[in-house]
Design a protein around this ligand. Structure first.
Ligand code: PMP
Length: 407
């Protein structure tokens, strides 16, 4: 854990430097939303102070600067994901909107009754419900890759689940409820070998690991900015250019057209075809700044540090009597779901808060995972690269305090 100037990093996150209920804030709810460094806050602030205007339409200076900032952020995302072209990066509100876009624009037009969509047991509701909706709209069937007790996907039947009726496989790279890192590259290979398109939900992956969409060879990749140190309300959809070109627009409005008359409307080129209306320009600027910030630290370094932190936390929690870790996959990223015997997770969350420790208690928008284990909820600590060994100790102490209160 030493090859990391954690004190300097924490100074970049002013929100971390505060007391909650008389204790230093220990923010372990990063899987829900991460904190923002001053570099991101300043980028948004500067944008509004100096450059704010609407994009793409104006000939005046501010509009040009706003457009440059917005399109500059798109290029940063292209680099961050190693996409081939800026045309493959569509700004959206977040992972949820991106999945709905693909479900409605790419999948729905090709779906017929009896077709299949393949997802996994570990998905966030954002990668379940949009598919259920298109299934309802078309008579297609949702198929599920099963999971195991350790919280991993059981891939032994994947070949049988990928059929000539499967119109898309949509899987999460990292489970937000358990932290499991799924072998999405191998899964994608199998699907592609049968000509089946693949969407990867990277919402919990991009804050923690290097992602390369060309290496993954997925057709779509989605993520949210707010989980990777950027503002809320902005995220990205990556799609292979040829697929995006062939897809109809999802929403209609300004900016996504070349020309409009009552007889005929011609749609704009990529990526604008999918960006109807005035976008979240400041959010995009903030997302670009967040990418710069992560890259300035080094994503491999972030991954290594967080891995060490998770190992440490896992060892410490495993050693506590009456604590059960839910999700014990071999490959995990930055999430530790757990139960304290005889204490409801919501009580755990409340008692932790009294000690300044922010965690999440609930089903984590992954109710099927909870149903698999026969539980309603877990307590979930989730880490970012600004968390420290001392904060793991605070987590452990909060568990002991909770157990004493309920003893
Ligand atoms: N997928 C996963 C794996 C997530 O963790 C989340 C957010 N918890 C989402 C999708 C949805 O992200 P958003 O709410 O930002 O659209």
């Amino acid at each position: 854990l030493n090859d990391f100037d954690i004190a300097a990093i924490r100074r970049d996150f002013p929100i971390l430097n505060q007391q909650i209920n008389g204790h230093p804030l220990v923010y372990l709810d990063n899987a829900a939303s991460s904190q923002k460094p001053v570099q991101v806050i300043d980028a948004v602030d500067q944008y509004y102070r100096l450059d704010n205007a609407n994009v793409h339409r104006g000939v005046h200076r501010l509009s040009q600067r706003a457009t440059d900032a917005y399109e500059g952020a798109r290029s940063k995302i292209r680099g961050f994901l190693n996409a081939k072209s800026d045309k493959e990066i569509i700004f959206v509100r977040g992972a949820t909107e991106a999945i709905n876009l693909v479900a409605q624009s790419f999948v729905r037009p090709q779906l017929q009754a009896g077709d299949e969509i393949l997802i996994s047991y570990l998905e966030h509701h954002a990668n379940i419900v949009p598919w259920q909706m298109v299934c309802e709209q078309t008579g297609a069937t949702l198929k599920i890759i099963p999971m195991t007790e350790s919280g991993e996907l059981n891939l032994s039947g994947l070949d049988e689940l990928l059929t000539d009726k499967t119109k898309i496989m949509a899987v999460g790279q990292v489970s937000n409820a358990l932290g499991t890192v799924n072998p999405v590259k191998q899964m994608t290979e199998k699907a592609k070998a049968k000509g089946i398109p693949v969407l990867i939900d990277g919402a919990q992956a991009v804050p923690h690991m290097q992602v390369d969409v060309q290496e993954l060879d997925c057709d779509f990749y989605v993520f949210s900015g707010h989980k990777m140190f950027a503002p809320t309300g902005i995220g990205a959809l990556y799609g292979k250019q040829a697929l995006l070109e062939a897809m109809p627009p999802w929403q209609g409005g300004g900016d996504m057209i070349l020309s409009v008359s009552f007889d005929h409307t011609e749609y704009n080129a990529l990526p604008y075809k999918f960006e109807a209306g005035t976008p979240h320009i400041a959010g995009a600027v903030g997302l670009g700044a967040a990418i710069d910030y992560m890259q300035s630290i080094g994503i491999e370094k972030i991954a290594a540090y967080e891995h060490a932190l998770l190992e440490l936390a896992t060892d410490k929690l495993s050693a506590i009597d009456g604590v059960r870790i839910v999700g014990t996959a071999e490959h995990k990223a930055s999430v530790l779901s757990f139960l304290i015997e005889d204490v409801h997770p919501h009580d755990v969350g409340t008692i932790f808060d009294q000690q300044g420790v922010a965690i999440r208690a609930g089903h984590h928008c992954a109710q099927p995972v909870m149903q698999y284990y026969g539980i309603a909820a877990t307590a979930r600590a989730s880490f970012a690269f600004y968390n420290t060994e001392q904060e793991i100790d605070a987590l452990v102490k909060a568990i002991h305090t909770t157990q004493e209160l309920f003893a």
